[in-house]
Design a protein around this ligand. Structure first.
Ligand SMILES: [Zn+2]
Length: 191
């Protein structure tokens, strides 16, 4: 059984980045709920969330949820800002296991594949609290730029958000060798 914690970035009074009529906290929640919904179609996986509604949680509180659950993997979903375009992913820039690096390699590649004609900004490392404080392999994805008009136009499309979720799912499936349930009907699309 693989226990995965899905972390929708920001929430509550913390909107995250805003731009082009979009708020990061809304997009991350939509994507994470879609990922969770699609993960239900796989066997051998247990899905947990740091939040499933619009609420504020401290960064350390997010890591604590995963640590208390003794999760196998933590994935934090964000939208970028600050003048750029495209997709990038992060793991901690201190010590990480070789598994963490392997998971980033496969998940990053599958997201890039799934979202089509989007700039690949690369696999990066940073001292982000949720990556540092989690006691299990952890990745943070930055899914396009909310303050870039072209990126924002994509992010306004539920179909594109589904593509982002799909990339995460295929990546997680490959990283953890997840198999689809034979008997269950496909998940009703959240978006
Ligand atoms: Zn963010």
């Amino acid at each position: 059984m693989v226990r995965i914690v899905l972390d929708a970035g920001h929430g509550g009074q913390d909107s995250g980045a805003v731009g082009n009529g979009l708020r990061e906290k809304d997009l991350t929640l939509k994507i994470v709920k879609q990922i969770g919904c699609m993960l239900d179609d796989y066997e051998g996986v247990e899905v947990h969330y740091t939040r499933t509604d619009d609420r504020f949680i401290e960064l350390c509180g997010r890591a604590e949820i995963a640590n208390k659950l003794k999760a196998d993997f933590f994935i934090s979903v964000h939208i970028n800002a600050g003048g750029g375009t495209g997709f990038e992913s992060y793991i901690y820039n201190g010590y990480v296991s070789s598994a963490t690096i392997a998971y980033q390699n496969v998940i990053h590649a599958e997201i890039v594949k799934a979202i089509g004609n989007v700039k690949d900004r690369g696999k990066k490392r940073a001292d982000y609290a949720v990556l540092r404080e989690t006691h299990m392999p952890a990745i943070l994805t930055e899914n396009l730029f909310i303050d870039n008009a072209n990126d924002a136009a994509k992010l306004k499309s539920d179909q594109f958000l589904q593509q982002i979720a799909y990339g995460h799912i295929i990546g997680l499936g490959k990283a953890f060798g997840l198999k689809k349930k034979g008997e269950k009907l496909p998940c009703k699309k959240f978006l």
